[in-house]
Design a protein. Structure first.
Lengths: 579, 579
């Protein structure tokens, strides 16, 4: 920092692809601070080392930072002081703050630059200072890239790239740099395993009518696959060749998504070409699933449903007999899924919370800290799988013994919200922030609420959290349209007592076209029983009871041929009609 | 235009105070085009004269523009081309577009400047070209300004101005130019009658810790009032002295609201001072009513309720006997309100729509075009009054004879939405776009919808449409908080058949503070029966029936002492419990 004449160094906590999850080599924030959570920003000065994170991680960060010399500053609390405000307050005009341009998005950089420069602080692009002090820094992952066949993807790579190119042209650009790893994997019908729980590979794409190029470490591509792509007109370059390639272009209009693209790429684009800042074209396209992808989702949900019924049966048989912990529940969920054909891996680390652990929304337990579970109280489990057909994400909360009146009421209010969103019918153009209240209304009417969003997009054998749409209070300009796959996961968390969350995956579908416009709705994709013993049936309307009973009928019907007689009997027993 | 070397001249259709309603002297768009609607923009070029307006006015504008040489361009339709896009498409780089800086807001001007300059078109500030061709242009209204006593306003002028000054300081400014006429009237506890249906007067204010100044034609102020204000430390200047006054200030930080302030004022502020663009301080303050204002609202609602019961009784007695038209209904509504103590005037032109006229949302009928009403079908009437105590706005739709099943179903679905919003309970911070679906859900579930917003703020003896909050699908950052008074007016319109709207005014109130946060809700202020003969009771839940019956009990109770025995009997008869 002295060499670079910096008074502060900012580490945004993301990598070159601006991802939520990173391979070890880009975990600079974790390397310097020891904090392992998914969100945190660091500022280092001559006197201070500070980590900013939000309420999900206050406890974890407190423990992980202990003794490191790092302080924690809290975000999303009253009087929170974000790092930029802190910098402005603590450094005089003329100070210099450094950041590594490969690890900050164009938008974040622009906003920060405007804010700091208004206070006379200079934001400087620097080399990766951490690289110079990181001994034994891990290497870039070099796992093999594989093709997702058209029978799973629904559309061939060539057709997808042509469609993307057309839209890039319509957006007033010649080419797009595809920087987000899930956009890249989707656009090229490729998958990988470079990042835990995310079937993506490290690479970039450049797509346009005249140029189709993939930038990836060549050793990651099987020869047959690279030959096939070259025959399809796709040029293969090394991962490090992107910026040089971009600088070598002339007079192109290059579309980059400023939220998903790092500053170094943007600068390389600007040298001899014009930058067009727009939303990534594959981002919006991949959110609307095609029929093959949807059939795949349905198949994945059946497999997931079988695994979950097997799990519930195993739990029923063994609870109170052998020692079962939250950790073992997570392992068992994976084990039952792994037995299904087409299973590739878990779509995120399972969240298994028994009793008071259930109230910790972003719980992460290891073998040592896991609670032992017994025949009483509530058990929440949120888990999912990647299948070649699609990705799943499901939460159930089940009663392991008799529940209190409050527990049943809470469970039923969460369920009412889940049902209300499932049954929503809404005009074309409706956004997630309009629908969100449906999942909360029953809770609100009792003075209850939950602090997370209600729904996120789900990728097709891709990220379990996928944009651009969402169902939450925050305004999101992207409407929910047919073909989108989103989660529906209201919850309730009583700190120190228990947590409840019920999550199904929904598909947005057309309902009817009336003189008052196109009306849309949802089809529930998830196939897994809801614990009717946890319901306070007095709180359900006739219509809500019908929803539960119809849902269970569908679950039984769709899983019937995939379950043994014993498991069909078990399923029938736990899905008796609610009256 | 040739003298100014302009290729086009833009008339935004607003005046110096950026108001929805204008006195005749500022109706430049109406003068030049003949179009009298409340929204329209005009562009004049050497070859074209074009008016842009939205679906409310397509029919009216078509008729009013006939033979004028003006074309109509439609806004808010598929493939709409706003005037700025039209200019860019039709004029080469280097073209000059003129606008009069006194009749365009800072924000509109800034956006237009950015957009046009990106296409090489220059936006030029010019004199008021229309003034040079407008023979017999009306004069500025010079109606008397009067004081709204503290017993109505709740807070004295001195205390209000001090509070406003404090907040201006907290916002990082020394003074604010108050340009919006309702902000001005509220801040100074003054009212006027310069604009139809709006109890405001033409003027400006400058408010700060060291300066309190009112800019108004001096002849409009009674001597006793101006002397009183001068004793309170308020300087009185002529209306035209504002820009000179602002240019004469030195090194002040002047807050202006860029949505509510015209460019000429902003330029005058910039000469020797710094402009701070923020939301108008009185705008947010006046939206949260104080207890005296709320008591006034309740009193106004009682008076309005009495007038409406008298109207309903008159209609019952005379329908089918004497010739009654929509026009006469409007006159009668005014007449019954006018008999109430404290009545000042109507808060907007009454909308009275019988049968197919009810489906025209922004209906305006005159004596000649009014339908005669008879003992059948649906009658919609939307009307309101200004009382010294407060402003009212109410819509009822009543059955004048037997209804079809579809009519009853439609009425009941609208009512269900109105009830759902009335009963909402929601955490602090909830915005109008989150709540809007409550009023629409019952309609949406039947493939029905309405094309207007659900709720607007209502001023306290001020504009019947008041910001900054709203309840509609559009995102509005201002949450609904305790003390805000908003309308609740879902509807349904079947073109050529009938229209239904039911509108009550709600007050946002505290409900409870739980471990999950502060929860808010609404108290219904409007006191007028809902036509139970139009309800399909099969479609109402027990809870909804209870709401209707409880509401009618409150209406009877609050109006009892103000109605004759005969009218109490009548009211009891039409508000029998729904079972």
């Amino acid at each position: 920092m002295q060499r670079e004449n910096l008074q502060a160094y900012y580490i945004p906590g993301t990598g070159p692809h601006i991802s939520e999850y990173l391979p070890a080599c880009w975990k600079t924030r974790e390397f310097i601070s020891g904090f392992t959570g998914s969100f945190g920003e660091v500022v280092i000065t001559e006197r201070n080392a500070i980590l900013w994170t939000d309420s999900r991680y206050f406890i974890q960060a407190g423990e992980e930072l202990a003794g490191s010399g790092f302080e924690m500053f809290k975000l999303r609390v009253a009087d929170a002081k974000p790092f930029d405000d802190w910098l402005i307050e603590n450094f005089p005009r003329g100070s210099r703050v450094g950041v590594y341009p490969h690890h900050i998005s164009v938008n974040t950089h622009k906003n920060l630059l405007n804010k700091l420069s208004a206070s006379g602080i200079e934001l400087v692009l620097t080399p990766d200072l951490l690289d110079e002090v990181w001994e034994g820094r891990p290497k870039l992952p070099d796992n093999e890239v594989f093709e997702l066949e058209k029978k799973y993807a629904g559309v061939s790579r060539v057709d997808k790239l042509d469609k993307i190119s057309q839209i890039i042209n319509q957006q007033g650009a010649d080419i797009q740099v595809v920087a987000a790893l899930d956009d890249l994997a989707w656009a090229f019908n490729l998958r990988g395993s470079d990042i835990e729980y995310n079937p993506v590979f490290i690479g970039y794409g450049v797509i346009g009518s005249d140029i189709k190029a993939l930038f990836v470490e060549k050793k990651k591509l099987p020869v047959t696959l690279s030959e096939k792509m070259e025959r399809e007109g796709i040029k293969i370059y090394g991962y490090d060749e992107l910026t040089g390639f971009l600088k070598g272009l002339k007079d192109q209009k290059i579309l980059i998504d400023p939220q998903l693209t790092n500053v170094a790429i943007c600068e390389a684009c600007s040298v001899n070409n014009k930058v067009v800042e727009k939303q990534s074209v594959p981002l919006a396209l991949k959110a609307v699933k095609n029929n093959v992808e949807l059939e795949g989702f349905r198949e994945a949900m059946q497999k997931d449903g079988v695994a979950l019924v097997e799990f519930l049966y195993w739990l029923r048989q063994n609870l109170g007999k052998e020692a079962i912990t939250e950790y073992i529940v997570g392992k068992k969920l994976k084990q039952f899924r792994a037995a299904q054909e087409g299973f590739v891996g878990e779509s995120f680390p399972p969240i298994v919370g028994y009793k008071s652990h259930g109230a910790i929304v972003h719980l992460s337990v290891d073998e040592a800290s896991a609670f032992k579970i017994g025949p009483e109280g509530l058990l929440l489990f949120d888990s999912g799988g990647h299948y070649l057909h699609g990705t799943t994400d499901i939460t159930r909360t089940i009663a392991l013994g008799g529940l209190t009146g409050q527990q049943k009421r809470d469970f039923t209010l969460v369920l009412k919200g889940m049902i209300a969103l499932s049954e929503a019918k809404f005009p074309y153009g409706t956004k997630g922030c309009h629908l969100d209240i449906l999942a909360r209304k029953a809770l609100w009417s009792h003075g209850l609420n939950y602090g997370h969003g209600t729904g996120h997009g789900v990728g097709h054998f891709l990220s379990v959290h996928e944009g651009p749409m969402s169902i939450r209070q925050d305004y999101n300009e992207h409407p929910i349209v047919p073909g989108m796959v989103v989660s529906n996961e209201p919850g309730l968390y009583r700190t120190g007592e228990y947590g409840i969350r019920i999550e199904n995956i929904l598909l947005c579908i057309e309902k009817e076209d009336t003189g008052f416009g196109r009306f849309l709705g949802f089809e529930t994709l998830t196939l897994c029983p809801i614990d009717t013993t946890a319901i306070d049936t007095k709180l359900l309307s006739r219509q809500e009871k019908n929803w539960v009973n119809n849902y269970h009928k569908v679950v039984r019907g769709k899983l019937k041929n995939l379950l043994s007689d014993e498991l069909n009997l078990f399923l029938a027993g736990i899905t008796k009609d609610v009256e």
